[in-house]
Design a protein around this ligand. Structure first.
Ligand code: PLP
Length: 461
């Protein structure tokens, strides 16, 4: 239940983190007056090209809540786009970052190294799928991780071509924007794009023309056809795939499809890059989503959940591939910054110590039945999908009519936001509601958020 009480912040209270009261509490309309004031300043200082999903300015956050500058406490079902899997200001992240920031903040790992970088790489080598010998390198973001994975795959194979998927999303730099499928808002007006990028269909069961049963087989046939007739497997450096697509709408590939793509890659000397930037670090109920399909990628890209809220990305892969790049061919001034490494070690420690991978599974078991019940009640819910704490609802025109329904989604999201529940959108057609709660969210808070979602759908009728 939402508490309607006056905004009072206890004097001297500055900390966020899990000790914040874990409840939804609205003291003004959302956004409130202070947020609106800041938004006006933002409009004068920041270009509109940097979008805003919900114009509420956050003052502190922790566990499953965001507290705004007006004193409203909102339920966080977005985790800053799958970043704060361990919750905002998680104690192990805060303490390690505080300690590190007091020791030193930067040396550049390529100039004078430090242990934290090596420790994060050791953890990535241990946690990513496969027991083969691995190496890791660190970057600042997911896009940079994907860029570097492509550089490494090209250096290793001596081949130019990169294959990406319909509905894929890999970032906003030139190469990763090119790999990304969706035109607006990500690509339109920003061309020309990078060369030697080819696109194949994704095995998207809900929208596969031949139906979900034939999806894996037919999508694989199309994959092989494009690679053999349009690109030539001998020209392909790497295939870059999200094991569950994120921005594209939480598309879970038809079972067996990814494993067949992986076998094709192995047969033709193509490097398989699993982009686990959004799916990694327990999000899907395993450390990495590739594991669900029994796929062991050659390279894995990570970011988001790795840093517990600080910017860091990684590329982890087979030692022979990672070691193929010439000395000093990889790096960057800030990649694997010591403070970000301290945060990553705190996030990994928290996920392991608190059993958050298992917790993600339990979140899935709790939420999926509620989303399926929504589908039973509302014709606009065309599909419910996802794994662990990465769950989505695709909205359509009605039963048996798959026409995307972004208008209904906007209405649902507006209502959730107004009631103090932060939900996100996704999908090539802008018609997918996605839920990415922090893995530390409490059952009661989660249930409250879902009650608000239920009411938002009911209001459509
Ligand atoms: C699968 C995937 N890859 C790459 C990226 C880009 O990451 P970043 O925004 O950190 O550059 C994202 C971000 O949403 C993502 O979801």
């Amino acid at each position: 239940m939402v508490d309607i009480v006056p905004a009072t912040v206890p004097a001297g209270t500055v900390a966020g983190g899990p000790t914040l009261p874990q409840r939804r509490r609205l003291v003004t309309e959302v956004p409130g007056p202070r947020s609106r004031e800041l938004f006006a300043r933002r409009a004068a200082a920041v270009p509109p090209g940097v979008g805003t999903a919900l114009p509420v300015f956050v003052e502190r956050a922790g566990g499953g809540v965001l507290v705004d500058v007006d004193g409203n406490s909102l339920v966080d079902l977005g985790s800053g786009i799958a970043v704060v899997n361990v919750g905002n200001a998680a104690p192990a992240v805060v303490s390690r970052v505080t300690e590190q920031v007091q020791r030193f903040t930067h040396t550049c790992f390529m100039i004078t190294p430090y242990a934290g970088y090596v420790e994060v790489c050791e953890a990535l080598n241990r946690l990513t799928p496969g027991v083969h010998e691995k190496r890791s390198m660190l970057l600042n973001s997911g896009a940079e991780a994907v860029e570097n994975a492509v550089k490494i795959a090209r250096a290793y194979t001596g081949r130019p071509a990169v294959v990406a998927f319909d509905h894929g999303y890999h970032g906003r730099t030139l190469l990763t924007m090119t790999l990304t499928a969706k035109s607006r808002p990500y690509k339109s007006t920003f061309g020309p794009y990078a060369p030697e990028v080819y696109r194949v269909p994704m095995a998207y069961p809900f929208r596969w023309p031949g139906g979900p049963e034939r999806c894996a087989d037919e999508a694989y046939e199309r994959f092989v056809d494009v690679l053999t007739t349009q690109v030539g497997p001998e020209s392909v450096a790497c295939v870059v795939v999200e094991p569950i697509q994120g921005e594209g709408g939480f598309v879970v590939p038809a079972p067996g499809y990814l494993a067949r793509v992986a076998s094709f890659c192995a047969e033709h000397g193509i490097v398989l890059v699993a982009d686990e930037v959004q799916t990694g670090f327990g999000r899907t109920g395993d450390w990495f989503a590739s594991e669900h399909e029994g796929v062991v990628p050659d390279l894995v890209t990570t970011a988001k959940g790795l840093g517990g809220g600080l910017p860091i990305g990684g590329v982890t892969g087979r030692a022979e591939i990672m070691d193929s790049v010439h000395v000093s061919g990889l790096g960057g001034t800030f990649g694997g910054n010591p403070v970000a490494c301290a945060a990553a070690l705190g996030a990994i420690e928290t996920i392991e110590r608190d059993g958050l991978v298992e917790r993600a599974r339990r979140i899935g078991e709790t939420v999926l039945p509620r989303l399926r019940a929504l589908a039973d009640r509302h014709e606009v819910v065309g599909d419910v999908r996802g794994r662990g704490a990465m769950l989505a609802v695709e909205l359509v025109a009605g039963r048996g009519d798959l026409t995307p329904n972004p208008a209904a989604l906007s209405a649902v999201v507006r209502r959730c936001h107004a009631e103090g529940v932060v939900v996100l959108t996704a999908g090539t057609y802008g018609n997918v509601l996605r839920l990415l709660p922090p893995l530390v969210i409490g059952d009661e808070l989660l249930a409250d958020g879902l009650d608000v979602l239920d009411a938002a759908f009911a209001a459509l009728d």
